[in-house]
Every structure is written in structure tokens, then in C-alpha cells.
Design a protein around this ligand. Structure first.
Ligand code: MN
Length: 244
């Protein structure tokens, strides 16, 4: 069974060195996202030469207010990886100035990535799904992966129309509402993620291998075997990477 984790905060695990070895040993394709540009090169150095891990360059929307000055650094480093994330919008904040700043940063990142054309973006959209999908638009020059997409359904439809992928983590398949949303994603657009260490499984931070739990849920939703669900997702993963 080939597994892939398109959104893992590898650099935030206390035992990241062990996790890197585990991922390589278990041959799990892993996108190691980062939250600020200033830590990207460290993450790149940790993962360089690893067959199954790729370091992604990110600026998390919840850190934009503090870290927006790192946008120039981010743009400077864009040529160092195809993988971009975590980026996006988080409208848990009610502060209009902060929301505007997040939008400005996200728009610039999107523009720069589209200009290079080969980027794979893993995107946060909490309470800002419509704004995120609106900013990206249709015909985006690159691969869009909406990470931990939480609705609404109308925006999901729009995102599907516009060709995006969706990465599903273990926390998203715990509730009936979550399962319903996941079931509404066309199978050929589903990817898997851990979002560890933020997502937990039992009491522990999710690890890339825990995408296996998502595969088991997908198999149930799609009414196929675990192996079939895994190969569907693996094929999607290959398509997502080939697109860009
Ligand atoms: Mn994340």
C-alpha cells in the first residue's frame, strides 16, 4: 500500500530525526510544510537527499501579522522548491486589518507561484473558504491542494469545478459531518495528510503513517477495499504532482 502525506509539520515534532527515518523506511511520500520562511532552509537541510520527503516553503496565515516582513525572503526562496505551504487565510480573527494583510500576502504568494507555473500549494482556509477559492480562481497555473477543508458544500463545489485537490486528515473523518463533507469530494480529487503534530490520533500527535486511518475511512465511504482506496489516492497524488 503506497501512502502519501501532503501536509505534515515535520519540523515541529520533538523527534523529527526519528520521524524522517520512519517515513523513509515506510516509504511514505511526505510534504514537510513550514509555517515561516525563516525556518524553510533548516527544513530543507533536514530533508535534503531523502527520497520520500520534500520541504515546502510556507507562511501560515495565523502568523502573517507577526511575520509578514518575511514575505520578501519567501519570494527570494521560491526557486528552491516546488512545494509551497502552509499558506492561505484564517478568518478566525475578526480584525479587518489582519484579514486584509493575510489577503495581501496570500495574493502575492499566489501570483508569484503562478508565474513560475510548477508549484504545488497546500492551503489553509479556516472560516475563509469562499475568500480562498475566490482569490485562487479557476485555471490556476499550478496544483492547488485545499488542506483540512471544512466547507461549506457550495464552496466545495466551486473548488471542484476549478480543479483543486483536497487533503483529508484523521481528524476530518471523526464526525458524521466531516464524513459527509469528505464523501462529497470526487474520488479523483482526494489526497491524504496527517497535519501532525497538530492533529492527534488517540492522545498522540498524528504521524504520516496515520494517513492509513484515512484510507480505511475512504474505503468505507467509497465501498471499495483498503487497497483500492490506497491506489486511488496514490494515483491522485501522482496526478497532483504531474499537473504542476
Ligand atoms: Mn497545518
Amino acid at each position: 500500500m503506497r501512502l502519501s502525506d501532503t501536509h505534515c509539520h515535520l519540523d515541529l515534532y520533538p523527534d523529527y530525526a526519528g520521524l524522517i527515518e520512519e517515513v523513509e523506511r515506510e516509504r511514505i511520500y511526505t510534504v514537510a510544510v513550514t509555517n515561516t520562511p525563516s525556518v524553510f532552509r533548516r527544513c530543507l537541510a533536514l530533508t535534503e537527499g531523502r527520497r520520500f520527503i520534500r520541504a515546502a516553503l510556507g507562511l501560515h496565515p495565523q502568523l502573517v501579522r507577526q511575520r509578514h516582513r518575511e514575505l520578501d525572503l519567501m519570494i527570494e526562496m521560491l526557486g528552491e522548491t516546488r512545494y509551497i505551504g502552509e499558506v492561505g487565510l484564517d478568518f478566525v480573527t475578526k480584525d479587518d486589518a489582519e484579514r486584509a494583510l493575510q489577503k495581501e500576502v496570500f495574493r502575492k504568494v499566489l501570483d508569484r507561484c503562478a508565474a513560475s507555473g510548477d508549484k504545488v500549494l497546500t492551503i489553509h482556509s479556516r472560516r475563509a473558504a469562499a475568500e480562498v477559492v475566490g482569490l485562487i480562481g479557476g485555471g490556476y497555473n499550478g496544483t492547488i491542494i485545499l488542506h483540512w477543508f471544512s466547507g461549506p458544500h457550495k464552496v466545495l463545489e466551486k473548488a471542484v469545478e476549478q480543479g483543486y485537490f483536497f487533503s483529508v486528515n484523521p481528524a476530518m473523518v471523526l464526525s458524521a459531518k466531516g464524513l459527509e463533507l469528505v464523501a462529497a469530494i470526487p474520488r479523483e480529487r482526494v489526497l491524504t495528510e496527517s497535519d501532525g503534530p497538530f492533529v492527534t490520533v488517540g492522545e498522540k500527535p498524528a504521524r504520516p503513517r496515520d494517513v492509513g486511518r484515512v484510507i480505511a475511512e475512504l474505503a468505507g465511504i467509497w465501498n471499495v477495499s483498503g487497497d483500492e482506496a490506497a491506489s486511488r489516492v496514490h494515483e491522485n497524488f501522482r496526478t497532483a504532482l504531474a499537473n504542476a
